[in-house]
Design a protein around this ligand. Structure first.
Ligand code: ATR
Length: 280
């Protein structure tokens, strides 16, 4: 919680970390709330994570975010892990508690859902079958969020089928793992499609997916936000589907962190969206 006499400190631990938009995002809120504080990128090698986390409390950090490659490793290095982070197997937010102990949570879950609701206020997880492409870390957070929100059928497809099967077995109903070769056909009757793979990201080829069978009313979401419109989203928009990119998730995942660190629920304003978009 914010202390009036203290310079407020938080940061992002990653390796690499310098490409991140998070400092711009959090520092916008410090300015907006008139608070003396800063959010710094912390380039931490994997072998340095334990020492870096231990240093948060003595350095006066309220907490930090975690990105690649620390989200999974941190779970074993903190004092307590919340249920969602434990289930997903990844944490992206660390809070330094008053006694100096560390609490890890996963705010991507909140960010993912808020990004969808912001794009479509009438969005519901139980509106119909949801197709999720990918079975990595991004997929685990998305699938957990969707199941939490009441999704009744999640069709999970991954290039490496075993990973999708393992995730489905681990999370249980309502997930069905389908073979990669069925990804085009799996779109039949879907209310929503989510890409959680790196395909379509700048420097990567487009996701190899034919949208022909996807109903036009389906919402198409991509957790990628660089570029703002992936080839998948462009193709979906061209055929009349509503689309949402990963920017909303990036912005909204930061809100619960602020609540936990500083006792403030900061706003995702159009200004802030434009500021971050301008850096892409
Ligand atoms: P993250 O934790 O960011 O999700 P990840 O665990 O490496 O990263 O997962 C990346 C996802 O993108 C995986 O689902 C991966 O599929 P595999 O499990 O088969 O590797 C998917 N992916 C990566 N390259 C791909 C490609 N060329 N075609 C389809 N899927 C791909």
């Amino acid at each position: 919680m914010a202390h009036p006499d203290r310079f407020l400190l938080a940061g992002l631990m990653g390796w690499p970390v310098m490409h991140s938009r998070s400092p711009a995002l959090h520092n916008y809120w410090f300015a907006r709330h008139g608070l003396a504080g800063t959010y710094v990128p912390l380039a931490i090698r994997p072998e340095g994570l334990a020492a870096a986390l231990k240093a948060l409390a003595p350095l006066g950090f309220a907490g930090c975010n975690l990105t690649i490659p620390h989200k999974e490793a941190a779970l074993a290095l903190v004092d307590e892990v919340d249920a969602a982070a434990g289930r997903i197997g990844a944490a992206n937010c660390i809070v330094v508690r008053p006694d100096g102990s560390l609490f890890a949570s996963n705010t991507d879950v909140f960010g993912f859902i808020e990004g969808l609701v912001e794009a479509d206020p009438s969005w519901r997880a139980d509106a119909g079958p949801i197709v999720v492409i990918g079975a990595g870390g991004g997929s685990r957070a998305a699938v957990y969020s969707l199941a939490e929100r009441g999704a009744r059928e999640i069709r999970l497809l991954n290039r490496t089928a075993e990973r999708a099967q393992a995730l489905a077995a681990e999370f249980g109903v309502p997930i069905t793992a389908l073979p990669w070769s069925e990804r085009h056909a799996a779109l039949e009757g879907a209310a929503m499609l989510v890409n959680t793979t790196s395909q379509g990201m700048v420097g990567e080829p487009p996701l190899d997916l034919d949208l022909e069978r996807l109903p036009q009313r389906a919402l198409v979401a991509d957790i990628v936000y660089i570029p703002r419109e992936t080839p998948l989203l462009a193709a979906a928009r061209a055929r009349g589907n509503r689309t949402v990119n990963g920017l909303g998730m990036l912005l909204h995942q930061a809100r619960p962190a602020w609540r936990a660190w500083f006792g403030i629920d900061p706003e995702v304003t159009p200004d802030l969206g434009a500021l971050i978009e301008g850096t892409i």
